[in-house]
Design a protein around this ligand. Structure first.
Ligand SMILES: NC(=O)c1ccc[n+]([C@@H]2O[C@H](COP(=O)([O-])OP(=O)(O)OC[C@H]3O[C@@H](n4cnc5c(N)ncnc54)[C@H](O)[C@@H]3O)[C@@H](O)[C@H]2O)c1
Length: 325
């Protein structure tokens, strides 16, 4: 019996793989390495309970062949579908990116799971499906769902396709609506971006937007803890949960100041004028996680503590990558 993780070489996929292998599962990881890296899987590559394959998941034929081969060798009992485009701005400029990497990877996952009779799907959804609720705490039953990015639109379309599959052949589906998730190995995101820019020019940090953007941040360790908790405890066969911290989040100004204090204390921070960072950005976002609290889970870190820990860890990651010959 094995578990397939798609997008395994990315930030969240690699952390999940480590966790599932440590728990004794046999893990097969697929990734096309467009944004993920082999180095994110240090300690897993070569492990007897882990296999990495480079697979383009938007190509149904290639994906089917790879999964059928793996399934024949060791039956795959569930799929954790983490692969997607993680560059929301790139998807605004070219809607084809999210069509291919965010939606088609999900569509193909479902088609192949159906054919191979794989009964359980765990899906990485996002707060981006909700659109802009102007900072109100978002509950799972709020609507209408009007995403403002192609990324959000293709995540919502993916949820819809999974819902339809659950209505016919898929035995169990877990839709996890992530907030901003932070930690290492960081591949993208505001903290990673600020650290990178300050290392290139320690004198100045130009911030997109006026710094008042406020969002909920969750550490990746808490995210995975919640995912496993829901997987074990949720009674429904088709279920969807917001996963996040209990607080209303922190501002971009707070993050910029904390990053600068650690990486380049003399940096001048310049803010823009717009209240949002870029087209497609939801400037203020917080979750209600009452549904998850009722199931019995709570996070160990709030947004402030998660951001501070991630800043330290990502700065260390980037120093280590520069030290390498
Ligand atoms: N990090 C966050 O804050 C956050 C928030 C909400 C949702 N999510 C979702 O969680 C999942 C993981 O995100 P992440 O932060 O680890 O991003 P990531 O970019 O680090 O990982 C995504 C992985 O998917 C792979 N991939 C993308 N398109 C592919 C394709 N066509 N074929 C094969 N592999 C492909 C990439 O190479 C990458 O390794 C994604 O589905 C993302 O949308 C993340």
């Amino acid at each position: 019996m094995s578990i397939l993780i798609t997008g395994v070489a990315g930030f969240i996929g690699s952390n999940i793989a480590r966790c599932l292998v440590q728990a004794g599962h046999l893990v097969i990881g697929f990734d096309n390495l467009c944004r993920g890296k082999r180095s994110n899987l240090a300690g897993l590559i070569g492990h007897e309970r882990f296999v990495l394959e480079t697979v383009e998941l938007s190509d149904g034929v290639v994906y089917r062949e790879a999964l059928a081969r793996a399934h024949c060798h060791e039956p795959v009992t569930e799929v954790w579908h983490m692969a997607a485009n993680s560059d929301i701005s790139a998807g605004i400029a070219d809607a084809g990116i999210d069509w291919r990497d965010t939606f088609m990877t999900t569509f193909n996952t479902l088609e192949i799971m159906k054919e191979l009779k794989i009964p359980v799907l765990v899906f990485a959804s996002s707060s981006a499906i909700y659109g802009d609720f102007k900072g109100a705490r978002i509950r799972e039953d709020m609507g209408p769902l009007l995403p403002i990015s192609n990324y959000g639109a293709m995540k919502l379309a993916s949820e819809a396709a999974i819902s339809a599959a659950s209505g016919s052949w898929l035995s169990r589906a877990f839709l996890y609506r992530f907030p901003n998730v932070i930690g290492v190995p960081a591949t993208h995101g505001v903290i990673y971006d600020f650290i990178h820019r300050l290392r290139v020019n320690p004198a100045v940090l130009d911030v997109h937007g006026n710094g008042t953007q406020q969002k909920a941040y969750l550490h990746c360790d808490d995210l995975i803890d919640a995912m496993l908790f829901i997987r074990a405890k949720a009674p429904e066969n088709f279920t969807y949960y917001n996963i996040g911290p209990l607080d209303m989040g922190v501002t971009v100004r707070f993050i910029a100041e904390e990053v600068a204090a650690l990486v380049a204390p003399c940096a001048k921070i310049n803010y823009g004028e717009d209240s949002r960072g870029w087209v497609g950005d939801v400037p203020k976002f917080a979750y209600s996680i009452d549904k998850l609290r009722a199931l019995g889970w709570k996070p160990s870190l709030d947004s402030t503590a998660a951001v501070r820990r991630a800043i330290r860890d990502i700065a260390e990651q980037e120093m280590a990558s520069c030290d390498k010959p």
